[in-house]
Design a binder for this molecule. Structure first.
Ligand code: GLN
Length: 484
């Protein structure tokens, strides 16, 4: 049951072979059985899930079902959920019960998908390993001594261990694609503005974008279709029709021009990972794609620019957590300043504090021009690199991550090496482009992800390119031995 695709589950529900209540119970039982070791869910909303499932069954019986009605989903704990704690991986929001739903939550609820619960994540989505969560690290189901990637580590681990058929996630610098790569999943980060950010707790507003972690491109297409769309409550959401993302999946790839950036195959890329990526490229050639070497010359500037821009935006966004309006407040403050200082000091973890301090510094009067303004200029250069590339090619491919899942604790005290694990993913966010990661091999039993980058709003093309590979290979059907 837990290996069925969303289309198969939908058919089973429609035929009456299976009810949504049964299906929801099934996944709640799996969470109960396995999540003690994995730690992917921070809150399990059994009652609510079963109530939504019952409603879905009624809709199905009344002939009012959509494609996803009755299929359960896990939600990253960054999305506000009315009446359910929304903690964003932080002690700061450990007591926060959101008074409203994020648009994504409303849309998936309206699609009839029962919410199984809220998924663990790095604190305020800052991290690449899910080790900064107040709720403890998430374990990778492929090897419990290893990290699942971050910041959507809970979403990825839960889908990989088949504790939920699909999950939402968010990506500011790689947090959908990098965990997808490390957990053997298919993940899509859409174009900036494609999915509403309303009610999605902000980390770096000009970079944050919601998407999907699933087992196949087809599953991603179905769920993205329900999440995407204009939202008048988010001024950065784009008013543009949402296509049927499944419509182009079957298009043949003959003549597809694929750009291979030389900067994505250089120093720092693990040679065994590279071998898998080269094999995937060979497979694409067999499918009719034509490979073109390209250059994205400012790639090496992406991480430095990101680690100025993201902390700057985070220091501003996180100033709302002041101990006054909501969230954590320290005991017995002496005065207002003491309350601010101790509430923030006691409730934020060290990675978040580091970034708030860096952000406040780079935005300060004397340093703004030297750091923030310069980083914004680099951002433009990076976008221009992609613009030039997309004049020559349809999509760009390369590795998602330079390495496979590393050991828990291995990079925890080495921020620079942790930051480098996003070397191939971050530039996309700076440019606002869509990207995917799909399973494309294994190294010593650990998954490798192939990244596919598309031009603005070309999610359908990306999903088509990913789907065709998945028709020809079976990497995406492999699952961790202990959760099959
Ligand atoms: N790892 C990156 C960071 O820590 C990206 C995180 C994300 O995409 N949310 O900022």
């Amino acid at each position: 049951m837990h290996n069925k695709s969303l289309t198969e589950l939908s058919a089973a529900l429609a035929s009456g072979d299976l009810s949504s209540v049964e299906l929801t119970h099934y996944f709640l039982d799996r969470i109960d059985q396995y999540d003690g070791d994995i730690n992917s869910f921070v809150t399990v909303t059994s009652e609510q899930a079963l109530a939504m499932a019952k409603q879905a069954d009624e809709q199905i019986a009344a002939g009012q079902a959509g494609k996803l009605t009755g299929i359960p989903i896990g939600q990253k704990d960054i999305f506000c959920t009315e009446g359910v704690r929304t903690a964003c991986g932080s002690k700061m929001l450990d007591n926060f019960i959101a008074p409203y739903n994020a648009t994504v939550i409303d849309k998936l609820g309206a699609a009839g998908m029962p919410m199984l619960g809220k998924l663990n994540m790095d604190e305020f989505a800052m991290g690449s390993s899910n080790e900064t969560s107040f709720y403890g690290a998430v374990k990778n189901p492929w090897d419990l001594d290893r990290i699942p990637g971050g910041s959507s580590g809970g979403s990825a681990a839960a889908v990989a261990a088949r504790l939920t058929p699909v999950a939402t996630a968010t990506d500011t610098g790689g947090s959908i694609r990098q965990p997808a790569s490390m957990c053997g999943l298919t993940g899509i980060k859409p174009t900036y503005g494609r999915v509403s950010r309303w009610g999605m707790i902000a980390f770096a507003s000009s970079l944050d974008q919601a998407g999907v972690l699933a087992r196949s491109a087809e599953d991603c297409a179905l769920v993205l279709g329900e999440m995407a769309g204009f939202d008048e409550k988010d001024s950065t959401s784009v008013d543009r029709d949402v296509p049927d993302y499944t419509a182009d999946l079957a298009e043949p790839l003959k003549g597809l021009k694929v750009g291979l950036p030389k900067e994505y195959f250089g120093e720092g890329l693990d040679s065994a990972v590279e071998k898998n990526i080269q094999d995937a490229i060979e497979e694409y050639k067999k499918l009719g794609a034509e490979m073109v070497e390209i250059s994205l010359p400012n790639t090496h500037l992406a991480i430095p620019a990101y680690y100025v821009i993201a902390p700057a935006e985070c220091s501003s966004n996180l100033s709302r957590f002041d101990g006054v309006r909501y969230g954590y407040r320290c005991e017995d403050p002496k005065d207002l300043t003491d309350m601010y200082e101790r509430s923030r000091g006691e409730a934020f973890g060290s990675e978040v504090k580091n970034r708030i301090m860096i952000g406040a510094y780079t935005l300060s009067a004397g340093y703004y021009d030297a750091y923030y303004l310069k980083a914004q200029k680099i951002r433009r250069l990076i976008s221009d690199d992609f613009k030039a590339a997309f004049e020559k090619v349809d999509v760009i491919m390369g590795p998602t991550s330079p390495v496979t899942a590393f050991k828990l604790g291995e990079k925890k005290d080495d921020p620079v090496s942790m930051y480098l694990s996003d070397i191939y993913t971050i530039a996309l966010n700076l440019a606002g482009l869509p990207g995917m990661s799909i399973p494309a091999g294994q190294v010593e039993g650990l998954p490798v992800g192939l990244q596919i980058i598309g031009n603005y709003f070309e999610e359908s093309k990306l999903l088509n390119v990913a789907h065709q590979f998945q028709q020809a290979t079976d990497w995406h059907t492999q699952s961790p031995a202990d959760y099959q």
